[in-house]
Design a protein around this ligand. Structure first.
Ligand code: ZN
Length: 145
């Protein structure tokens, strides 16, 4: 079964009106609610989660002020990502798993830049800063406490 990337509702409350999107590396999946069931190493590209306006305000405070990850409360069923086809993944399993490091180093570079430049003359938004903060937590294996 091929799981195409689709627009998803708010990962916290299932509101279909979820205008704020945050992109994360596949490594974020096991930290999400029900994420243990997903073979995150078979995910191709980035994982996107979406928030409605009111939940986004809470998430922003949680990340930037409290320093906690929202991921344990985000339902992985409402995330969007591409899984390799089951058959292909099965054939590959005896060979090597897809290498997540290109997407991870690209995201690390981007998030480091956002965090370094934020607040200066850059055009980074608060959303960019929240995303960058969570990406770094995930890649450091230190997503909240
Ligand atoms: Zn919501």
């Amino acid at each position: 079964m091929y799981t195409g990337k689709t627009e998803q509702p708010c990962c916290l409350c299932d509101d279909p009106d979820a205008p704020v999107r945050v992109d994360l590396p596949p490594r974020a999946i096991p930290e999400m609610k029900y994420g243990g069931a997903i073979a995150w190493r078979d995910v191709v590209g980035e994982v996107s989660i979406h928030f409605c306006e009111s939940d986004w305000a809470v998430v922003r405070d949680l990340v930037l002020e409290t320093g906690m990850s929202p991921l344990p409360r985000c339902n992985v069923a409402r995330a969007s990502f591409d899984l390799r086809e089951d058959f292909e993944a099965m054939l590959d399993r005896t060979r090597d798993e897809p290498d997540q490091s290109p997407v991870e180093s690209r995201m690390r570079e981007r998030s480091d830049r956002v965090r370094a430049e934020y607040g200066g003359d850059s055009l980074h938004t608060e959303r960019d800063l929240v995303e960058a903060t969570v990406v770094n937590w995930v890649l450091d294996g230190d997503a909240g406490t």
